[in-house]
Design a protein around this ligand. Sequence first.
Ligand SMILES: CC(C)(COP(=O)(O)OP(=O)(O)OC[C@H]1O[C@@H](n2cnc3c(N)ncnc32)[C@H](O)[C@@H]1OP(=O)(O)O)[C@@H](O)C(=O)NCCC(=O)NCCS
Length: 196
Amino acid sequence: MNSESIRHPIFPLTIRFAESIDIQHIMNIETNGFPPGIAEKEETFLERIRIFPEGFLLIESSQNREVLGYVCGEIWDVSGSIAESSFLLDHRISESHNPGGNSVYISSMAVRRDRQNAKLGTLLLSSLLGSISLQFPNVIQSILIVGRDWKGARHLYSQFGYSELFVSNNFFKPINQMAMDGIVMKKEFFNLPIDL
Ligand SMILES: CC(C)(COP(=O)(O)OP(=O)(O)OC[C@H]1O[C@@H](n2cnc3c(N)ncnc32)[C@H](O)[C@@H]1OP(=O)(O)O)[C@@H](O)C(=O)NCCC(=O)NCCS
């Protein structure tokens, strides 16, 4: 998928792979979506785009090319139970991504505040999960960590069939605010029988 146009009921949208020149738009959405201490760094996102561009999608207005949201993921090889220590903000994708692995980890996702609640997050996540499962048939599940108080994100993930695996106490530590638990969630992919 290089880019895909979507007829949204309100405005036409395009979903495409991110490139490093998009970084300021991504960082604007990131720093508006997450407080200091939780927002990840520019260099973290640039490395994600460089190492695994197929795992980094943007959604933009087809009319004026304004970037409205992003989702990024990477492939982990998970055997047995998932260790709490695997989850780190600003971790380096170069140390965790394994294209031969069995799990897609959704590392971050945000939609511009003035465009939230218009299904853009749903479009982004379904596009990423769909394209990863087509390109990487070895991937059989998706995992992520979400803040306990992030109602919108938790609602979206449960709609996608993610369910809670365990709680990482005080995982998110916003500067000058109370720490918040992270909920680690998992969704299994179900393969269709080949002869269908
Ligand atoms: C989470 C986020 C990416 C979802 O994107 P979005 O485009 O607003 O989501 P959608 O419009 O596709 O909404 C999907 C569902 O979640 C619901 N939802 C979205 N935001 C919500 C909120 N703040 N409170 C309650 N429900 C919410 C929608 O109503 C919809 O449910 P419905 O189908 O039952 O109506 C976006 O809200 C965001 O950027 N939040 C801040 C950053 C964040 O929390 N990122 C996730 C990190 S793990």
